[in-house]
Design a binder for this molecule. Structure first.
Ligand code: UDP
Length: 268
């Protein structure tokens, strides 16, 4: 049984509320996962509507998954091309605490769905279901470490293709062609926002399978960057951890108070 996610605009940028994640006044179809009262374990992902939505999308032939946070929402408002790419995406998940907060203000109680977690769950699913997987992006060193780690951690994974993200411009068309011919079930792309999103969009109509921009996830999985500790994540100050790790991001992070202001204005 599958109900399509409902797209809700957050300061003009649509984000998908997946059934089972929303409750309250404006919420949609509450109750996903609440039926598992018996002793039998619910199937993997049963209480994870975002993963379910991604798997359903794969079942329909695939599409583009965008992981939306406050920074990206502001970038999309300033950059109509990115805005159009997000609007055309097949699944837009609430990756950031700011987006979750904005949805809450509209009556949608939604769980945060960090892209790095969905990407990992998809890799695990892939390793158990014979999915062909491709990885594109990050530095050559990170990619080499990541491939070795994934082969160790997920021995069942059919890692059919991997390329680092610092290719010469003239080499990209051949990479694209190789990927399109391969028809992977899952392509994770770590080229940074907005490049990863626009690149994936540029292959629309020719690609099959799930294609997802994953930002710095490869760096985290390869151990070259750290995710914020759980306590910081639960206090919703992951952004602060990132700022301390990468001070050069401060200018980008000015988007966060701007986002908050725009959300508060929207209600007024
Ligand atoms: N990257 C890449 N090629 C480039 C620029 C960036 O492969 O030309 C990679 C970079 O090494 C990193 C990822 O893209 O692994 C971007 O990570 P970041 O945390 O900056 O993601 P964002 O916050 O932009 O989504």
């Amino acid at each position: 049984m599958e109900t399509a996610p409902r797209r809700v605009p957050v300061i003009g940028i649509g984000v998908d509320v997946c059934v089972g994640t929303a409750e309250g006044s404006g919420g949609v179809g509450v109750g996903g996962g609440s039926g598992s009262k018996g002793a039998i374990e619910a199937p993997a992902g049963a209480r994870n509507p975002v993963l379910q939505a991604a798997l359903a999308l794969h079942g329909r032939g695939g599409g583009q998954i965008v992981t939306l946070n406050a920074e990206m929402t502001m970038a999309a408002r300033a950059n109509p091309e990115l805005g159009a790419v997000i609007a055309a995406a097949d699944l837009v998940i609430p990756d950031g605490a700011g987006v979750v907060w904005a949805l809450q203000r509209k009556g949608f109680r939604v769980q945060r769905a960090p892209g790095i977690e969905l990407a990992r769950q998809l890799l695990e699913h892939a390793s158990h279901h014979g999915w062909r997987v491709a990885l594109v992006g990050a530095s050559p060193e990170v990619m080499a470490t990541l491939v070795a780690r994934l082969r160790r951690e997920l021995p069942g994974l059919d890692l059919a293709f991997h390329r680092h993200g610092y290719q010469k411009p003239e080499d990209w068309p051949a990479i694209e062609q190789e990927l399109l011919t391969l028809q992977p079930d899952l392509v994770l792309v770590a080229l940074g926002v907005p490049r990863q999103e626009t690149w994936i969009r540029g292959l629309a109509g020719r690609r099959t399978g799930l294609w997802m921009g994953v930002g710095g996830s490869f760096d985290v999985w390869a151990g070259s960057k750290k995710r914020a500790p759980r306590w910081m994540r639960s206090l919703q100050i992951e952004w602060l951890y990132r700022l301390v790790q990468e001070p050069a991001r401060w200018r980008r992070m000015l988007a966060l108070p701007e986002f908050a202001w725009a959300v508060l204005q929207e209600r007024a």
